[in-house]
Design a protein around this ligand. Structure first.
Ligand code: C5P
Length: 412
């Protein structure tokens, strides 16, 4: 059965030339068994016809917030949706969503919706790269909105560059991945971590140079936060040790905020002593300044030489301290740019982890600062599981599947 069978999708179509591809999205969604509620903005209706979407979905296309006041169309549509997709999403609608403006049926409905929201931006490269759009997209991502693409390719008017909407098939596959873990929770994944304690680290540590400067990295914390949320949904008691990240704490998760690698170590070690699983998704700085200046280093004093010293490797320490076959099960992450699996395998051995999740951070749709990830999960037992490009929530569930398969059976 399709992951989208019985799923109710709110399909927002906005005013860009790519709106014609939204008809194909609607067709694919219906073909996958979804119920599709199309909402076309006034701009979209200049590019594509209402009749097309009514014919493809078999449902009325809603157009105006004033159409049927007693029916509270925006609230009803927003509440009914299992997932919402805006395809294509113009720079204008991204700006409205980022600020919470609700001046038409689509934006009003999306404010009333509490389901996951996926947007597929489409616009000219200059508009996509404008600081205002960059900012709006970041605001939306921080709020948990899934941003798909845009692709790099031919645009309207003969231009070529980033700004092309992702293919309809890709948008539909992304929705399927997003709803799949939720659907599965009613089934075999439900409660499979009940009674287990899971410690997850997330984010990128910051190593101070002086009171205002630090050495940091590009980790956003999204993968770790997704793992913490997924483990909690599957019934675990979850401790999230979070290096600085703007992301909200998922429901049911206890958060411990830290800044440096040393603080992370101090938080993780006692929690790990009582844990069944430790997932080290954080990007921990390998080095820190040997000395932290107590007042701001002045440029007038010349270019400073910053001596670095090694940070403790928390994962390796946990691996070394653990007796064979004893908990906690250790999951490490490796962000690599070349020869990713060979480096990952070596790291797995060196740190004595049970599983190592390898990211290729050189691609633009996976790894740091994006909502999607493409990983390979390497097992100490020689296993190799490829997880194709998917939302980080779906990747989190696939990683936890590997964890659950390796947990010792509980007594009784
Ligand atoms: O060696 P590398 O930094 O690539 O290893 C990454 C893995 O090791 C991640 O799981 C990370 O959280 C963990 N790590 C750690 N302490 C460090 C460095 C990395 O726990 N000081």
């Amino acid at each position: 059965m399709s992951d989208l069978a019985g799923v109710r999708v709110l399909l927002g179509v906005t005013g860009g030339i790519a709106a014609y591809k939204a008809a194909q999205v609607a067709r694919l969604l219906v073909g996958a068994g979804a119920t599709v509620d199309p909402v076309l903005t006034a701009g979209a209706r200049r590019f594509v016809g209402v009749a097309t979407f009514e014919g493809l979905t078999g449902r009325r296309v809603r157009q105006d917030v004033w159409d049927d006041i007693p029916a509270e169309t925006h609230v009803a549509l927003g509440r009914a949706a299992d997932v919402a997709l805006v395809y294509p999403a113009t720079a204008h609608v991204l700006a409205k969503l980022a600020t919470g403006l609700a001046d038409d049926l689509l934006t009003t409905t999306l404010l009333a919706a509490t389901c996951p929201l996926v947007v597929a931006p489409a616009m000219h490269t200059e508009m996509w790269q404008h600081p205002a759009t960059r900012h709006n997209v970041e605001v939306l991502r921080t709020r948990g909105v899934h941003v798909l693409g845009p692709d790099d390719g031919p645009l309207m008017g003969g231009d070529v560059g980033p700004g092309r909407v992702v293919a309809p098939e890709e948008a539909v596959a992304a929705l399927a991945r997003l709803v799949a873990p939720v659907g599965d929770l009613a089934g075999e994944r439900a409660g499979d971590l009940a009674g287990r304690t899971v410690v997850v680290t997330a984010g990128g540590t910051r190593e101070p140079i002086d009171p205002v400067r630090y050495l940091g990295n590009r980790s956003s914390g999204r993968m770790g936060v997704a793992l913490a949320g997924a483990a909690a949904r599957r019934g675990a008691t979850v401790h999230l040790v979070a290096a600085p990240t703007h992301l909200a704490t998922p429901a049911g998760v206890t958060r411990h905020d830290v800044t440096t690698a040393a603080q992370m170590r101090a938080a993780v070690l006692p929690l790990a002593a009582d844990a069944d699983v430790v997932v080290k998704a954080a990007a921990v700085a390998d080095f820190r300044p040997a000395a932290v200046a107590t007042s701001k280093v002045k440029k007038e004093a010349g270019v400073p030489a910053i001596e670095l010293v090694r940070n403790p490797d928390i994962l390796a320490e946990l691996g070394a301290a653990r007796a064979p076959g004893q908990p906690p099960l250790l999951v490490g992450f490796a962000a690599e740019t070349d020869d990713v699996e060979a480096h990952g395998r070596a790291k797995l051995e060196r740190k004595r982890a049970d599983l190592l999740v390898v990211n290729d951070v050189s691609s633009t749709d996976a790894g740091f600062e994006v909502d999607t990830n493409r990983v390979v999960i390497l097992g100490r037992d020689g296993s190799r599981t490829v997880v194709p490009l998917a939302g980080k929530d779906a990747v989190a569930d696939r990683i936890l599947d590997e964890v659950v398969a390796r947990l010792p059976a509980r007594d009784g």
